[in-house]
Design a protein around this ligand. Structure first.
Ligand code: NDP
Length: 275
């Protein structure tokens, strides 16, 4: 029988993970079965127990269960620990290993696929939710000259600064949108969920004036208000989060199966034009 994997979330009907992992398995000759589970709030642990008893080897976790997945695990990677959230679990007997590949997937898409190294750059990261918590360590390890974290509720950004603690070099700062007047950045990453509802962000045009990349974590939403503003301000490269989605999936696949799949053909297959 093929090894079993799945993604769990709610809602789950929109998920691309079975398609992505199916393409990876086909390309690498791995025999595995990857399904989708609609989890119910308050019943996450029960659903995972049942999946493991049925032979599940590993699982991806999407909203709203990433915190439950962290709590369910017995061992946590540093990125998962900082995020307090897991987006991939591996089952080894009684051990449940937790990872958070969102940040590494985002960084790999920016640096490897889009060709923009963060080292020495001025980076603006918008939001302080789960995705940002996962992104902080990989971003700091990429050695930007400055990483400014801005959130609608500025206190949440400050809390994250505290959480990173001693790991944060002096380049890491946090605050609110009011602090952005007169500031300019090389790379601007929208990790808020505002674009899911087509809400604009209170960003002054000048923050984009020397930017080489504007990156939107949401995917399949076309030209969001954030990307549209970046385009109007002349930012030469605009990207959505489809590459991040595929890259984090590739990290989980490699972790589970010991072989890293090619991501470029899968990203091309899933990409929806921005306009
Ligand atoms: P969370 O719900 O954990 O965090 C949402 C964040 O967005 C908070 O910081 C919130 O601010 C901020 N926010 C929401 N609405 C607004 C607004 N109108 N103006 C300003 N800030 C706002 O979400 P996640 O971190 O899990 O996800 C964030 C985005 O990343 C989503 O679009 C999601 O789809 C995408 N994503 C993409 C992935 C990929 O693979 N491409 C993977 C994971 C996420 P506040 O704290 O002040 O409320």
């Amino acid at each position: 029988m093929a090894d079993r994997y799945a993604v769990i979330g709610n809602p789950i009907g929109h998920t691309k993970s079975p398609l992505i992992h199916g393409l990876f398995a086909e390309a690498t000759g791995q025999e595995m079965d990857y399904g989708a589970i609609e989890g119910q709030p308050g019943q996450f642990a029960g659903a995972l127990d049942a999946f493991r008893q049925a032979g599940g080897k590993g699982i991806n976790i999407t909203a709203p269960f990433k915190l439950d997945a962290y709590a369910y695990a017995s061992e946590h990677s540093p990125a998962a620990r900082l995020a307090g959230a897991a987006n991939a679990l591996k089952f080894e007997g009684q051990r449940v290993l937790a990872q958070n590949f969102d940040g590494i997937g985002l960084l790999r898409d920016i640096e490897h696929n889009l060709g923009v190294a963060l080292r020495g750059r001025q980076v603006l990261l918008l939001g302080a939710g789960g995705a940002v918590r996962g992104a902080l360590l990989p971003f700091l390890e990429a050695q930007p000259a400055r990483l400014l974290l801005v959130n609608r509720h500025g206190a949440k950004a400050q809390d994250l600064l505290q959480a990173v603690g001693a790991a944060a070099p002096p380049v890491f700062e946090a605050g609110g949108y009011g602090e952005l007047a007169g500031q300019r950045f090389d790379v601007i990453v929208n990790a808020t969920s505002a674009s899911l509802r087509a809400e604009p962000l209170p960003l002054p045009d000048e923050v984009f004036s020397k930017a080489v990349l504007a990156y939107e974590l949401a995917y399949g939403k076309g030209l969001t208000p954030f990307l549209a503003q970046a385009g109007r301000c002349g930012v030469p490269q605009l990207a959505d989060g489809v590459g991040m989605l595929v890259e984090q999936a590739a990290e989980a696949f490699a972790w589970w199966r010991g072989v890293r799949p090619e991501t470029a053909p899968v990203i091309e297959r899933l990409r929806v034009p921005l306009i």
